[in-house]
Design a protein around this ligand. Structure first.
Ligand SMILES: Nc1ncnc2c1ncn2[C@@H]1O[C@H](COP(=O)(O)OP(=O)(O)O)[C@@H](O)[C@H]1O
Ligand SMILES: [Mg+2]
Length: 179
């Protein structure tokens, strides 16, 4: 798993005991993953990386990380505007298709205007996790209803078929240096 420097210390042991307990309770046995919701800066991405590092270390499952607001959209724009993927994008797409481990989709956003291709890529990813029972970790600032408006019922049905939903609360951590 490729972790950005800011989240290098995102480890399961660094989460609070109550949060770890809630995460375990939210990911019920019938589900294959968990989605963290909440306002910007509450720690969704940090918590998700901490869970992903546990998935790799404890379950020995490789995690494929994608940022839904950049990686997938770059791939989709290559498909849409350049008439094909360049080598790196094709490589990314082939790795994504072939990956049998867990997926981490960071920052799923209903606020961007996704093209049909972009929506289909995201749908394909969630559907793949649902059908193959692959572990799926998602973060979003949006509510389920906002996501439903953008991505539609079929997408939300599969997303909730995969993931328990845990809303993280608190202050925006990024603003603490401004107090
Ligand atoms: N439990 C935590 N322990 C240490 N730092 C944290 C924790 N949760 C969040 N942070 C830090 O707070 C900042 C915002 O967290 P982040 O997960 O990026 O927020 P979100 O994804 O909800 O917008 C980041 O710099 C992150 O490293
Ligand atoms: Mg985030």
């Amino acid at each position: 798993m490729n972790m950005p420097p800011r989240y290098q210390d995102a480890k399961w042991e660094n989460l609070s005991e109550p949060l770890r307990k809630t995460i375990i309770e939210t990911k019920k046995d019938g589900l294959v993953g968990i989605m963290f919701t909440g306002n910007p800066g509450v720690g969704k991405t940090y918590t998700a990386y901490a869970l992903c590092s546990r998935i790799e270390e404890k379950l020995n499952i490789g995690v494929f990380c994608v940022n839904a607001t950049s990686d997938l959209l770059a791939l989709a724009s290559g498909a849409t505007f350049r008439g094909g993927y360049d080598t790196d994008e094709r490589d990314f797409y082939e790795r994504f298709e072939a990956h049998r481990g867990a997926f981490f989709v960071d920052d799923l956003s209903a606020d961007l205007e996704c093209t049909e291709v972009e929506k289909r890529i995201l749908y394909g990813l969630v559907n793949k996790c649902y059908e193959n029972e692959q572990y799926l970790v998602v973060t979003t600032n949006n509510t389920i209803e906002e996501l439903r408006q953008s991505f539609g019922n079929k997408f939300i049905s599969r997303l909730l078929g995969c993931c328990g939903v845990l809303e993280l609360q608190g202050d925006d951590n990024r603003l603490k240096n401004h107090e």
